[in-house]
Ligand binder design. Structure first.
Ligand SMILES: [Fe+2]
Ligand SMILES: [Fe+2]
Length: 165
């Protein structure tokens, strides 16, 4: 989206209007996550992927609950929730699908960690708490995807952050 949002994404001091824009980007990401988990959970093939395919179904439902929570926060702030998902990457390769999901979760975790700080800086402590609860589930998603891929859980702490949005 706009440059302004890229610049403010990780910044602590944002205005309420900027927070609405950032939450709408988060919401577009939640829609993307719902769609990709719906598809990937059904098309992942192979005995070694059956357990993770079942988990992805659970992720799909959790992403829907995140979308509802984020849309509720946008409405509370006086904004209008977006209707447009971020684009969903597809592949017929199981590893590629799991990697796309993991990259999205890494990005989402970085975004929500910034969002918690921004909400607190604005005195929106309840909103920060709602986002913390989402963050717990996103980190869970990240762990299960990394485990399915047989890799270490990526370190997405802010100091290693290379991409802003
Ligand atoms: Fe989510
Ligand atoms: Fe997630």
């Amino acid at each position: 989206m706009s440059n302004k949002q890229s610049v403010t994404d990780g910044a602590v001091g944002v205005s309420r209007a900027e927070l609405i824009d950032l939450l709408n980007e988060d919401l577009a990401g939640e829609y993307q996550a719902i769609v990709s988990y719906v598809i990937y959970s059904q098309v992942l093939k192979g005995a070694q992927y059956m357990a993770i395919a079942k988990e992805l179904e659970v992720h799909a439902a959790e992403e829907l609950s995140h979308a509802l929570i984020i849309a509720n926060q946008i409405d509370y702030l006086g904004g209008m929730p977006t209707a447009t998902p971020k684009p969903v990457k597809t592949s017929t390769d199981a590893t590629a699908m799991l990697r796309f999901d993991l990259e999205n979760e890494n990005d989402t975790i970085q975004r929500y960690r910034a969002r918690v700080r921004q909400c607190e800086a604005l005195g929106e402590y309840a909103m920060a708490e709602q986002i913390r609860n989402i963050l717990i589930q996103e980190q869970d998603h990240q762990i299960s995807l990394a485990t399915a891929l047989g890799i270490e859980v990526p370190n997405v702490s802010d100091s290693s952050r290379v991409r802003l949005s």
